[in-house]
Design a protein around this ligand. Structure first.
Ligand SMILES: [Zn+2]
Length: 282
């Protein structure tokens, strides 16, 4: 079960009430730690690639590298563009070897978001890839000082229903109170809103900005219909800390610092995989 589009796995997760993790990768050590965690826990998983990574000169080669590693993995691994910015960028990364894309039109007017997402769905499906879109606005953690501002960006259930119907999208990221980056203030998920969306929409739902949520919030979200959770911030912070400690230790070296990054990612990812319930699902 090597490189896959993650959509069939997301449907299994939806039926089985667990969540598939998306962990973003920016370089080899973090990716190797992430892959090791998926394999040790026998979990399906998604490697997220952000536009800033594919826009680098080595972007295409990095996707090819992950592809070569995933092809030889015993667990199902998807490579997904995370927060794609345009139709062209989605097609570009599929050409590089990604297996799924997420288009983030959450800040566009609804009609434009529908139009672009629908085009991406048609093109991606032709290439055997799945598409996730976002509706509403998953803010930044720093916005949590102003809960009213965050609430205005929440996904509206009737819009979600219309959006999924018009676009044919395979998975939908919803804004229900999580945020990207480091939170200021205490994040609380709007589980009543999630239930309303779940009732109107039958595709797998996605939670972005998971770092900083408590385990019981994750589990309540999964029970409420979330089948995919995106994580990076906590992993990056933990790895940075571990690398700094290793650098300051006796006998530290270029090699030991790199290994520390890989280990930190492996441990961090395994922790999330266990909370999400995807251990042993591969
Ligand atoms: Zn995100």
């Amino acid at each position: 079960m090597p490189l896959v589009s993650i959509i069939p796995e997301l449907k299994k997760a939806q039926a089985g009430q667990y969540a598939i993790p998306l962990f973003d990768s920016f370089e080899m050590k973090g990716f190797e730690g992430t892959l090791a965690a998926l394999e040790q826990n026998r979990s399906p998983g998604i490697i997220g690639i952000l536009p800033l990574t594919i826009n680098k000169p080595e972007g295409r080669a990095f996707v090819r590298y992950i592809r070569a590693r995933a092809e030889n993995s015993p667990v199902p691994v998807s490579i997904m563009l995370d927060h794609g910015e345009s139709f062209e960028q989605c097609i570009q990364i599929l050409d590089y070897g990604a297996t799924d894309v997420m288009f983030d039109g959450g800040q566009l007017p609804m009609a434009e978001n529908i139009e672009i997402t629908r085009m991406i769905v048609r093109a991606a499906h032709t290439m055997g890839a799945g598409v996730e879109a976002e509706l509403g606005w998953v803010g930044a953690g720093s916005d949590y000082e102003d809960p009213e501002k965050v609430r205005q960006g929440f996904t509206k259930p009737e819009e979600a229903e219309r959006f999924v119907e018009k676009t044919g999208v395979d998975a939908l990221a919803v804004a229900i109170g999580s945020a990207h980056g480091v939170y200021k203030g205490e994040p609380q998920l709007a589980l009543d809103l999630l239930a309303e969306i779940r009732e109107r929409v039958d595709v797998p739902l996605v939670l972005h900005g998971g770092s900083g949520l408590a385990d019981n919030q994750f589990q309540a979200a999964i029970k409420g219909g979330i089948s995919k959770i995106n994580i990076f911030t906590n992993l990056g912070l933990a790895a940075g800390k571990r690398m700094a400690e290793t650098a300051n230790a006796e006998n530290s070296s270029y090699f030991s610092i790199g290994s520390a990054a890989k280990k930190a990612f492996a441990e961090g990812c395994r922790g999330f995989i266990n909370v999400f319930g995807s251990t042993g699902k591969a």
